[in-house]
Design a binder for this molecule. Structure first.
Ligand SMILES: CC(=O)N[C@H]1[C@@H](O[C@@H]2[C@H](O)[C@H](O)[C@@H](O)[C@H](O)[C@H]2O)O[C@H](CO)[C@@H](O)[C@@H]1O
Ligand code: ZN
Length: 309
């Protein structure tokens, strides 16, 4: 029997807001079930736009205090989800928001896009070996939608999974730990197509996003895992609304828009692709920990088949 308190989930994201958009219901569900949920966010989102006019002064080209403000937004969002283990990679401000692909900030010293992947991954290995998660969630190789910080978060997380499991890598960071299952954030094409059509019909925004604007859209058959988080819909909507400089949540919670004011569906079933580790006995999985025997031997959890060897 899986003890929920033995379950440990690590999520690696680029900016404050990505965690609530992609995984808010998942995080709320596992936190409510007693699992240990750890969020590592790689930047403070210093380069973001700002929706509320009264906060426009925070932007990088004015007061340049948006990063500090977004720490507060993330704190409020995690309180809404019941998540208490919240960290910034290398500490707050270690890696700066790199801006959208192609802007001059991509070349700024200290930006995440210019970080040395192995150096950044080493900082994440310390978290992995401390927390010893059985499951890690991050983005695909495109970072979901091509943002430099999202691509870099994928690269750093992927490298950290490899290094954390290598006993020869920096033993001073703790015993090696193999993460049993790695997932990428996904949205099935049929779901977003239906959701955007509904957005166009019902949402109170001046425009509607394109599927290409939505991170992680893939053909339905690529998706291995669907977590029904409908019981946590209100918590996800509250968490997203807490990121008020970045997100507007429509009254009633069914839709949202980023600072581009293009409406999208606020999904309460959250989808994943298992890219490393063995899937649970039934597809699509309805649990990220499906198939795992959590009586972890030193070094990492195992599936029931591995345990039986
Ligand atoms: C969801 C996400 O990754 N947001 C990033 C992104 O913000 C977008 C960016 O400002 C774009 O110019 C807008 O049109 C869009 O509406 C925003 O969501 O990039 C920001 C800068 O790197 C980042 O701070 C924000 O978290
Ligand atoms: Zn982001």
């Amino acid at each position: 029997m899986t003890s929920t308190s033995d379950r440990r989930l690590l999520l690696v994201h680029a900016h404050p807001d990505d965690e609530s958009i992609n995984n808010g219901a998942t995080m709320a569900r596992y936190a409510a079930e007693g699992a240990h949920v750890t969020l590592v966010t790689c930047t403070l989102g210093e380069g973001g736009e700002v929706i509320p006019a009264g906060l426009a002064h925070l932007t990088a080209d004015r007061d340049d205090t948006l990063g500090a403000h977004r720490i507060g937004e993330l704190t409020e969002a995690m309180a809404a989800l019941g998540v208490t283990d919240v960290r910034f990679l290398g500490g707050p401000g270690r890696y700066r928001d790199s801006g959208m692909m192609g802007v001059p900030d991509n070349d700024a010293p200290g930006c995440f896009w210019r970080a040395d992947v192995d150096e950044a991954a080493g900082r994440l290995v310390a978290v992995v070996r401390e927390v010893r998660p059985q499951v890690l969630v991050t983005y695909d190789e495109r970072g979901g939608y091509g943002h430099p910080d999202h691509i870099q978060a994928h690269r750093v997380a992927t490298r950290a999974v490899e290094l954390a499991a290598d006993p020869a890598y920096r033993p001073g960071l703790g015993p090696a730990w193999r993460i049993a299952k790695v997932y990428w954030n996904r949205v099935p094409r049929s779901v977003i197509t239906r959701g955007l059509a509904e957005t166009a019909e019902k949402a109170p925004f001046p425009g509607v996003a394109e599927p290409a604007d939505v991170p992680g859209v893939v053909d339905d058959g690529v998706v291995t895992t669907a977590l029904d988080g409908s019981a946590y819909a209100d918590r996800k909507a509250a968490a997203m609304a807490a990121h008020a400089t970045q997100i507007t949540v429509a009254p009633g919670g069914g839709f949202f828009a980023l600072s581009n004011h293009l409406g999208q569906p606020l999904l309460t079933t959250e989808y994943y692709q298992l890219v490393s580790g063995r899937a649970g006995p039934r597809l699509p999985e309805d649990d990220l920990f499906a198939g795992l025997d959590l009586t972890a031997a030193p070094g990492g959890a195992a599936t029931s088949e591995e345990r039986a060897r």
